[in-house]
Ligand binder design. Structure first.
Ligand code: ZN
Length: 262
């Protein structure tokens, strides 16, 4: 058995995946048709070309495009089911899926209905592929800590299978420190604590996340390697770094897999 076969055969947990970010090109085409809005693409070839991003800004434009065309809460069922189908194909048995609920609530969708639709997708995928999935709610740091508190209210009202919170979004300009009270409350609510840090910003962003927010896991954390004291801190305190080498190469956070700090 070669290494690739071995990796494929191993049962796995997917710890860093964004529901909207995992949308298939053909599903974006479906969302565009369903929306009844003017769509910038006419066929699958055009969408697939659009999905071939090579830097972070282009990735964000793909992500934003999918977000914009999700106009009905129920559409999350298909998007989630397909994400889990793709994961199951890689022999993933458990997924903690990140859901950037604030993006969609701000576009007028209902939090509870979206979570229900996601979990219809989760249930169908469990029946069809035996895969399990819980949710991590991304507070989306661009909206600020006050909004983060509001998101915690939604989770308090409808916890379902929400097991963790995260701050994704733009690292530059939105450092982790102001989220300290939000994370303190999330901890009291029994949620696991994660933060995207050190992907688009330097080690100081990771320091803020571990020291002020007390996170158990760091999303990406590629810049940690620049700071030996931080590396030692992460190791000594058992902070997991969710490394995503292929994502980092495709968004140009690192130049190549060979040069990835992992
Ligand atoms: Zn991420």
């Amino acid at each position: 058995m070669d290494t690739l076969e071995l990796i494929r055969a191993l049962p796995k947990a997917e710890q860093h995946i964004h529901i909207v970010g995992a949308t298939r090109p053909e599903t974006l085409l479906w969302l565009m048709e369903e929306s009844g809005r003017d769509a910038p693409f006419e066929n699958l070839e055009e969408v697939e070309r659009f999905f071939q991003y090579s830097d972070f800004d282009h990735f964000i434009s793909v992500y934003s495009m999918v977000s914009k065309f999700i106009v009905d809460e129920g559409q999350f069922e298909r998007v989630t089911y397909e994400m889990l189908e793709d994961d199951a194909r890689c022999n993933v048995r458990y997924v903690e899926a990140s859901f950037s609920a604030p993006d969609h609530v701000r576009q007028g969708l209902d939090y509870g209905l979206m979570v229900d639709a996601i979990n219809r997708g989760v249930r169908r995928a469990r029946e069809d592929f035996g895969i399990e999935c819980d949710l991590r709610i991304d507070l989306v740091r661009n909206y600020g800590p006050d909004y983060g508190m509001e998101v915690l209210n939604w989770i308090e009202e409808k916890g379902d299978n929400v097991v963790a919170v995260d701050i994704g979004g733009s690292e530059r300009g939105f450092p982790p420190e102001p989220y300290e009270p939000v994370y303190n409350r999330a901890r009291e609510m029994g949620l696991h604590l994660v933060a995207h840090a050190g992907e688009a910003a330097g080690p100081e962003s990771i320091w803020g996340a571990v020291e002020k927010l007390g996170v158990e896991r760091i999303g990406h954390g590629t810049s940690a390697v620049k700071d030996p004291d931080l590396m030692a801190y992460l190791r000594d305190n058992g902070v997991t770094v969710e490394t995503c080498p292929m994502s980092n190469v495709r968004t140009n956070a690192v130049p190549s897999v060979r040069e990835h700090p992992v």
